[in-house]
Design a binder for this molecule. Structure first.
Ligand code: ARG
Ligand code: GLU
Length: 712
């Protein structure tokens, strides 16, 4: 009787277990996964997904601004990405009179679309394995010679790939140098802003909901790619015309079904699946907790300041979001890794690896000692690794006075060059312009509090020999009291005066007299001298070991699914539209609806503020052609393995149509950067039903929807 009842339970767990798919796959090698994908419901062929000689899905996917993904959705170059990916463009076009952040922006016609100097988007033309060509002629060479030869080979490959065309080529290492791929791209230079929802839609839920399910964020913005009359990339110009894509994604307004096939096509940034047990232990027990603590402290100051006045809230909004995004992700990662007992899983995998290595003399030779070497290396270098991470937190994420010191240091190092070139005056003007922007969003009092807390913590955490004397001799408070009263770096008037009177010996004087600059100078160069060389040595030695370790995995376990860690190149991951059960006694459904937006708004949390129009439309249930069973889907989760950089990536259905835009993961799944867990890990997508509803019904920009190819 008991057994009988267990069967259905197990089959549910099994379903969750089997349906989620780990891995970020290289599009040009997708053929190998075609059968598996088709077994999961996909109707496309590998050639439909990636092809070089004819159009394929890949031609609709662009690397947006370097850090995000975007997709083409019309024959006129219309481009969709996340709101948080287009945020700085939306912000830069906003002013008090035209507050696009608050109220949204919709170009009524192409003339109203807004140019964005510096913003680019790149299409992958082809991806080609070139391992043999890179290694050509290196046999028998020592390490240094081989490196040189490889660089030469790579240079030649790149040059050949760029001959007679307007493309940009690069050769990138995969699997820690076990493989090399040539990647050829076409880079578009004129990307205009077409539309953005108000932040109360595009950022709905703010930090409260960031990394969290259930989610209701309309995280999208709309751009358009412009090109020269020959349909090729061209610098920004009024003469440019909308790009005619090789392929654009049709948009699916079909009803969604839990369990249906989903695929995410985009540019994931970094994953670290192969860390050794000791390395993961170091990260979980020491490095991440210390970094989290540094950010706890700066966030405690910033959050209090933002609550205290509207002016400070606006000044610190985007800095706060940046600091909190990593902070919250890390907390989720550690929680998840602990829950699944990731260290034990690593130890078990390492035992299996070593056992296999000991079954053949040849493997024993190459692989049996490698894990121990990796673990030993971590123990040997953890002080430097830790010092490196803490310096990032202190000097680069911490008090902003250090950012100013770094910038001024670079500027003054060029003093003679500018002088010689006769450009000094112009350079100073430009530098001042940058400072205007900086001080607009800067509050010295807030920065001072951050300086005190983070300096104390840095001094407490870092081993004494890696600290400059000045931090050992004086208390943080003592330093801060002097610095924030006198340093030029924290006060615009003093800073400008310094620049106006710039002389040959100003740099010297600054280094001698300005305590703020002195603290940065001493701390930074102590880090550069004492920590950085070891941290670099660690990374390069570890990468050499990882190369062997990964080669061993592929050679000894040919039937496991192998995939190269993310490296900001184009990848495919597939899974299903499905919920999850990451906590005992509860299940996350796979989708949310507009009703949930109103329910969250009713809590009174300012992160859930809405403009009146949303409430009106929700009340009237005015869902237009976008409803499913009388409800409007807003977001859904899927078992696709994604990471940072996948923001804006299209989530594609079995037939190659756009279902929505990836923009986040659930908190329980952020561990997937280290270890993918099939029952927990889910990506979060804003449903294209909701995106089009916002454009059409909410914002009255139906002309954009009309540009697209809708399938139902
Ligand atoms: N967590 C998402 C990502 O890693 C979204 C971040 C932007 N949203 C925010 N509330 N900070 O980029
Ligand atoms: N929001 C992330 C990004 O900007 C994607 C979420 C993730 O890390 O999975 O790329």
């Amino acid at each position: 009787m008991k057994k009988y009842f267990l069967i259905p339970l197990f089959s549910i767990l099994n379903f969750l277990h089997l349906s989620a798919e780990e891995g970020m796959l290289i599009p040009s090698l997708i053929q190998a996964f075609e059968d598996d994908m088709r077994a999961m419901g996909m109707k496309l062929s590998a050639e439909d997904i990636y092809a070089v000689n004819h159009s394929s899905l890949k031609d609709a996917i662009l690397h947006f601004g370097g850090g995000c993904t975007a997709e083409l959705v019309s024959s006129q170059g219309l481009l969709l990405t996340n709101h948080h990916c287009g945020f700085s463009q939306i912000q830069s076009h906003s002013s008090l009179e035209n507050d696009y952040l608050k109220y949204g922006f919709w170009a009524k016609n192409k003339k109203e679309e807004l140019k964005n100097p510096g913003l680019t988007a790149s299409r992958v033309v082809r991806i080609q394995e070139v391992t043999k060509d890179v290694l050509f002629g290196t046999k028998g060479m020592d390490k240094e010679e081989a490196m040189k030869k490889m660089e030469e080979n790579i240079g030649k490959l790149i040059k050949d790939a760029m001959k007679g065309n307007h493309y940009i080529a690069d050769v990138q290492a995969f699997n820690y140098g076990n493989q090399y791929f040539l990647i050829v791209k076409e880079k578009f230079l004129d990307i205009r802003l077409v539309g953005a929802p108000p932040s109360s839609i595009g950022k709905f839920g703010g930090d409260t909901d960031n990394w969290v399910w259930p989610r209701h964020t309309g995280d999208f913005s709309v751009f358009r790619v412009y090109v020269g009359k020959d349909n090729k990339p061209a610098e920004i110009s009024d003469n440019n015309v909308p790009y005619q894509p090789i392929h654009y994604l049709p948009v699916s307004l079909k009803d969604r079904k839990p369990g249906e096939f989903t695929m995410v096509y985009g540019f994931p940034g970094t994953t670290e699946q192969h860390l050794s047990s000791e390395h993961l232990r170091f990260i979980m027990d020491k490095e991440r907790p210390a970094r989290i603590k540094m950010r706890d402290k700066s966030l405690s100051v910033i959050n209090a300041a933002m609550r205290s006045s509207d002016a400070l809230r606006i000044k610190y909004a985007s800095k706060q979001a940046r600091i909190a995004n990593g902070w919250k992700k890390w907390i989720g990662q550690i929680g998840g890794l602990k829950t699944v007992n990731a260290i034990q899983i690593k130890l078990d995998r390492e035992r299996r690896y070593n056992q296999m290595a000991n079954t053949k003399p040849e493997w024993k030779n190459k692989y049996a000692g490698i894990i121990k070497e990796m673990n030993d290396l971590v123990k040997k270098y953890q002080d430097a690794e830790f010092g490196y991470s803490m310096a990032i937190e202190y000097l680069f994420v911490g008090p902003e006075i250090f950012k100013q010191a770094r910038g001024l240091n670079r500027f003054l190092k060029n003093y003679e060059n500018y002088k010689e070139a006769g450009t000094l005056e112009k350079e100073i003007e430009n530098y001042k312009k940058g400072l205007e922007g900086f001080f607009k969003d800067y509050d010295a009092n807030v920065d001072k509090q951050i300086f005190v807390l983070l300096t104390e913590e840095y001094v407490k955490q870092i081993s004494k020999e890696n600290l400059p004397d000045i931090l050992k001799e004086k208390s943080a408070q003592e330093l801060a009291d002097k610095i924030y009263k006198k340093s030029i770096l924290v006060n615009k008037e003093r800073y400008f005066k310094f620049l106006d009177r710039l002389k040959k010996n100003s740099y010297k004087k600054l280094k001698k007299k300005d305590l703020g600059f002195i603290v940065w100078d001493k701390t930074f160069y102590t880090f550069v001298d004492k920590v950085l060389p070891d941290a670099r040595a660690f990374t390069s030695k570890m990468n050499e070991l990882l190369k062997i370790y990964v080669a061993g995995k592929m050679e000894m376990f040919p039937n496991d699914k192998h995939w190269p860690d993310a490296n900001s190149t184009l990848r495919i991951t597939y899974g299903k539209l499905e919920g999850s059960a990451p906590h005992d006694g509860m299940v996350y459904l796979e989708h949310t609806t507009l009703k949930g937006i109103i329910a969250k708004n009713n809590t009174g949390n300012p992160d859930y503020e809405l403009l009146p129009r949303m409430k009106e439309l929700a009340e009237k249930k005015e869902y237009g052609q976008y409803a499913q069973d009388g409800e409007l889907w807003v977001c859904f989760t899927g078992s696709n393995h994604t990471t940072g950089g996948n923001s804006g990536s299209p989530v594609i259905d079995a037939e190659g149509n756009l279902m929505g835009l990836n923009f986040d993961r659930t908190w329980e799944s952020t561990m997937s950067d280290f270890m993918f867990d099939t029952s927990r890990c889910r990506n979060i997508t804003v449903d294209i039903h909701y995106v089009l509803w916002v454009m059409d019904v909410y914002a009255g920009a139906k002309h954009l929807v009309d540009e697209m190819t809708i399938v139902r």
